[in-house]
Design a protein around this ligand. Sequence first.
Ligand code: SAH
Ligand code: AVI
Length: 329
Amino acid sequence: MTVLAPGKVTVDVRLVPEDLRRALRHDARAGLCAQPKTMPPVWFYDDRGCELYEAITRTPEYYPFRAERDLLRRSAGEIAEASGASVLVELGSGTSEKTRLLLEAMADGTAGLAGYVPFDVAEGTLRTAAASVADDFDIGVHGVVGDFHEHLDDIPDLDGPRLVAFLGSTIGNFPPPQRARFLGEVAALLNPSDRFLLATDLVKPVDRLVVAYDDAEGVTAAFNLNLLSVLNRELGADFDPDRFVHRAVWDPDNRWMEMRLEAQEAMVVHVPELDVEVEFGAGEQMRTEISAKFTFDQVRRELGAVGLQVTGLWTDAAGDYLMTLARPA
Ligand code: SAH
Ligand code: AVI
């Protein structure tokens, strides 16, 4: 058990730049050589990608951010009380902006707020957020820089019941088998008095979904295309982002949005770090993200399948977005 000293920030780095480059080489070799081509969304989040994600959250079309904020404004107090937790662990914490609503509610609640554990792959963003939360709330912050799929075991076991929150509907970015595995790992992490808070975007009419992932200003397009700049910088590739366009497509069978990058003409891209040449046909699409949309029943079922029992459900006023509190059964 670790006790957090008020105002103090500790950051454990489980992914140093060399680990990240090795993982990127692995994902790029598998994804660029696959048919159809694909890349996992974790590679969006370099410093520029984090800035672009924040810019997306300010576009009028991207409703999930505002829906989640609305939900927390209305219900963070109830969620904090129902959790009984005094430590907040947050997976994929990013800038921790909306998290503050939860932290405030916990600080004002019966159990009080003893500490915050942000977990994210983006080290710079995490460090800035950690320092600012420690200052503003006068609590200890123990950050972990790691990958959801490898480093959940490195989350510290702190003195006090924990609320493990996964906000942003980031769970929607995992393909279903990876989602099931991840939920099982979260369940294994929880002590009997810990709780899990899962945010999910709900299924809704396709016209709203498509514009949310293809805003008029082109911010989401820039976020998607930034992936090519990451591949160029980290692997010495020669992608020309001007020869690709952003596509956002609803898949009704899987109930998820897909972001793709479409080659505008046939080309060969060189990736010296992998020692490969990648051929694109004119119009060929590479999948860069899925963003699954959920139903209440589905969330309950998927949590139940890993031994988590739902104890609370909250939506925003418009009913666009869901937060589910669960406990080890
Ligand atoms: N929770 C915030 C940010 C969501 S954006 C919000 O609701 O607005 C998704 C966040 O998850 C980013 O900060 C990104 O860096 C992080 N992330 C994406 N893939 C990750 C992975 N595989 N492991 C750890 N963090 C990851
Ligand atoms: C972080 N994640 C849940 C966002 C989403 O909606 O899938 C990332 C994003 N992609 C395009 N816009 C926002």
